[in-house]
Design a protein around this ligand. Structure first.
Ligand code: SF4
Length: 381
């Protein structure tokens, strides 16, 4: 069982009273959801380390035959279909249990999450029914819970521009593209023909362009994974490109998912991850630009292009190290989508699902030094 829980109770996801895992489980009647969402909804017992709930209800379309793509880092990839039942696979790091969609809506309506859901997100997969079922789920949500905005984590491979227009018309607020890999070569080797997967770099960028046009500034974003062989510079060049189009960047640290083709890869380097988190925040929210940053010969950040006092204040705020995703309603720099422990265990947090305390910030500063100025260790800049 995932270490997302800080109580020692074993959880049986397959007890019939949890309505989880039936052979006929498929969207739009059923959806999968993050463990954090299932706990917050009260569908499964458990508590999350230092956080009471997730502020974004992350849902995933589900089919017994699974995702037809084969991304090398993903727990839902096709090559794992012999391994075990589809509904039993992880998506990213933690389990994604399933439940009836009507029950999910009812629970939110009845006050599950104590009104703390600021957003709902539907993740699509590569499946012939995924596009149509996403529209059904969206329509139903908007009719039942119009005060909670919806994000779509799209599957560009099966979509055309008309699909984005329809999603917008039906009430989707934000459209995101899981580009994940930040160079054409890494994309090809992790999501393309090399691994017998149908995705194409050009189609993903086409979807980002459509999103910028259809959904507009601040209403689209890209998911990017740090630690799949790219340099810091390469990842930040993509961040700048997305920002210049009017979007935001949602970062994920690479986590070697057991049973995936990349299960033997090392997890994201901590120093690289912290530097990229900070630089991404500077690009997205602090008015910085990649042209003002400097990099060494290996493409590692050497200077963030901000005066040291500003840089230190940003670090001290802790915000750059919180989970990045679609915004909440209180502070646009803080993501509603806090994905508790989606890319690391509570014992070594990479994306903080809550505001950092002094000890957390000290830890982050220590992970970051090496390639940047020693002054960053000093709280007063
Ligand atoms: S398309 Fe998405 S769900 Fe399917 S294998 Fe790739 S990353 Fe996983």
């Amino acid at each position: 069982m995932s270490s997302v829980l800080d109580n020692a109770q074993p959880i049986n996801f397959y007890r019939p009273d949890y309505h989880i895992k039936t052979p006929a489980m498929r969207s739009p009647e059923y959806v999968q959801m993050s463990t954090a969402a299932a706990i917050t909804l009260g569908l499964i017992p458990g508590r999350m380390y230092r956080t009471a709930c997730t502020h974004c209800l992350n849902l995933l379309v589900t089919y017994p035959e699974g995702c037809r793509a084969n991304c090398a880092y993903c727990g839902l990839a096709r090559h794992r279909e012999e391994a075990r039942d589809y509904a039993d696979r992880n998506f990213i790091r933690v389990d994604w249990p399933a439940a009836r969609y009507d029950e999910v809506i009812e629970r939110v309506r009845a006050g599950a999450g104590k009104g703390q859901f600021q957003r709902m997100c539907i993740s699509m997969i590569t499946h012939p029914n995924s596009d149509a079922d996403t529209l059904v789920l969206l329509k139903k949500w908007v009719a039942a819970l119009p005060h909670i905005p919806v994000s779509i984590l799209s599957n560009p491979t099966t979509m055309e521009k008309a699909d984005l227009i329809e999603l917008k018309r039906l009430g989707a607020e934000i459209f995101t593209v899981a580009l994940d890999a930040v160079t054409p070569a890494i994309f090809e080797r992790t999501r393309g023909k090399t691994v017998d997967s149908p995705h194409r770099w050009e189609k993903y960028w086409q979807a980002i362009e459509w999103a910028a046009e259809v959904f507009g500034p601040e209403r689209f974003g890209a998911h990017l994974i740090c630690g799949m062989g790219e340099t810091e510079r390469e990842l930040l060049e993509v961040c700048q490109r997305i920002k210049d189009r009017g979007g935001h960047n949602h970062l994920f640290a690479f986590f070697p998912e057991q049973g995936s083709l990349m299960e033997d890869w090392p997890a994201a380097d901590r120093g690289q991850w912290r530097r990229v988190q900070l630089a991404r925040f500077i690009i997205d929210y602090a008015g910085g630009r990649i042209e003002r940053m400097t990099f060494d010969a290996q493409g590692r950040l050497a200077d963030f292009g901000l005066p040291e006092s500003e840089l230190s204040a940003l670090i001290q705020s802790g915000k750059p190290f919180q989970t990045s995703g679609c915004p909440g309603k209180d502070d646009e720099e803080i993501s509603a989508c806090n994905r508790p422990y989606g890319d690391s265990p509570p014992s070594d947090i990479l994306s903080f699902p809550f505001a950092l305390n002094e000890m957390d910030i000290d830890g982050v500063r220590r992970q970051m030094i090496g390639k940047i100025k020693k002054g960053l260790l000093n709280h007063n800049g």
